[in-house]
Design a protein. Structure first.
Length: 402
């Protein structure tokens, strides 16, 4: 099995975690685990499990029940900050959600790949702060049949073979991965080129046509064919800051916001002068923070946002969508990148010279945790960039240009 290097080095912090996965959101229990809990009639933990784990109204095999949370929003099965199920029954009694988080899996032909989510504080630290974090390494193969019900994506081998509908996917993913790592282009420039490529490949109907397009764009990138277009692109800081202010309003009206993200978002807004400030004041602070504190930190850590993007693209199995779904997936990823960048600039405005890589990591982690479990918030953001239900590419470019 392959996995990014950072995930091979991951160990859960348990009760030392600054934002535990054992609270603050719904904890789902699958049907198979629920049945195991109901069978524990004589175990000391059996009665508490039956009381704490309740079947939901519209149950599915994967989301069959929920764990009741205590008044503080934490899992009611914690004991001294540690999982009582794991301690008393062993990991084999954990639900799929608890056993595999923060990991997810895809099976592409014969290749099994393990991915990680940056909503976990420790995976975020390992993934974002290590320059080599996104290098793929081999780790021992797990029990594949046991993973079958938690696979995020499974592509049969025959569909990736010559003539299959996904035959071009390995090359497409290599192209995207290679483009995102090309530091002879600025990061936002790589995203613009990728957007042009995605719009073109979304129109292809065969693997042969997609392969030809990959060859064409590889030559264009190597030949610096987009330099003039990129040079002529305008950065509209006023629009970016106005959008930042508007999104801070949305987070109060689109569902519950996690505590850690709310704290970071509030500090970022304060750094830019507060929600009631004149736009010109906020733009001035945004520019100052970007040049004085955010920019130098990212220049010293060029892998930080690069790793963020690589992790998101790979975890979301980018490339396996076809047609307009591929373009939609690209737009969603780029919007989230721009939101993360703008929040970091706001934090830099607040902390000034104290803005460091740990604060940046906390922001990325808390943002990811919030959007992964707040469909209302991220759905409202996406809606700002759609015309007649489709993402508007010119608006995306305006957002990403840096």
């Amino acid at each position: 099995m392959k996995t990014p290097r950072y995930l091979a080095n991951f160990t859960c912090l348990a009760d030392r975690c600054p934002e535990t996965c054992c609270g603050g959101w719904n904890i789902t229990v699958d049907k198979w685990t629920y049945k195991k809990y109901r069978q524990l009639q004589n175990h000391p933990l059996g009665a508490k499990l039956r009381e704490s784990v309740k079947k939901v109204a519209q149950a599915t095999d994967a989301n069959f029940a929920l764990v009741k949370l205590d008044e503080g929003g934490q899992c009611g099965l914690l004991d001294g900050g540690l999982c009582s199920i794991h301690a008393q029954l062993g990991p084999q009694y954990l639900s799929d959600t608890c056993r595999y988080y923060p990991r997810s899996y895809t099976e592409q032909g014969d290749e099994l790949v393990m991915h990680g989510t940056l909503s976990c504080p420790e995976t975020a630290r390992l993934a974002l702060q290590d320059p080599d974090a996104m290098e793929l390494v081999e780790v021992p193969d797990p029990n594949r049949p046991a993973l079958a019900r938690v696979l995020g994506l499974r592509i049969p081998k025959k569909q990736m073979a010559d003539g299959g509908i996904y035959a071009h996917i390995p090359r497409l993913r290599l192209f995207v991965d290679g483009l995102l790592r090309r530091r002879d282009y600025r990061l936002w420039e790589r995203l613009v080129i990728l957007g042009l490529f995605v719009r073109a490949i979304a129109e292809t109907e065969t693997s042969a046509a997609a392969d030809a397009l990959i060859d064409q764009y590889s030559q264009l990138v190597d030949g610096r064919a987009y330099d003039e277009v990129l040079r002529d692109m305008k950065v509209d800081v006023n629009a970016q800051v106005e959008l930042f202010r508007h999104i801070n309003v949305l987070r109060f009206s689109s569902g519950k916001t996690t505590r850690r993200f709310a704290e970071n978002a509030d500090l970022a807004l304060q750094g830019l002068g507060g929600g009631g400030s004149e736009l010109a004041t906020m733009v001035g602070r945004f520019r100052e923070a970007k040049e004085a504190w955010y920019g130098p930190l990212m220049a010293a850590n060029p892998h930080f946002l690069e790793n963020y993007l690589l992790n998101v693209f790979h975890r979301r199995a980018f490339g396996f969508d076809r047609g307009q779904y591929l373009y939609q997936r690209y737009c969603e990823i780029v919007i989230n990148y721009a939101m993360v960048r703008n929040y970091m600039i706001g934090l830099a405005a607040f902390h000034k010279a104290g803005f460091d890589i740990d604060l940046a990591t906390t922001l990325v982690q808390s943002y990811n945790r919030n959007i992964e479990h707040n469909a209302g918030f991220i759905g409202a953001i996406y809606g700002l960039f759609k015309v007649n239900g489709q993402f508007d590419f010119s608006s995306i470019l305006l957002l990403v240009a840096d």
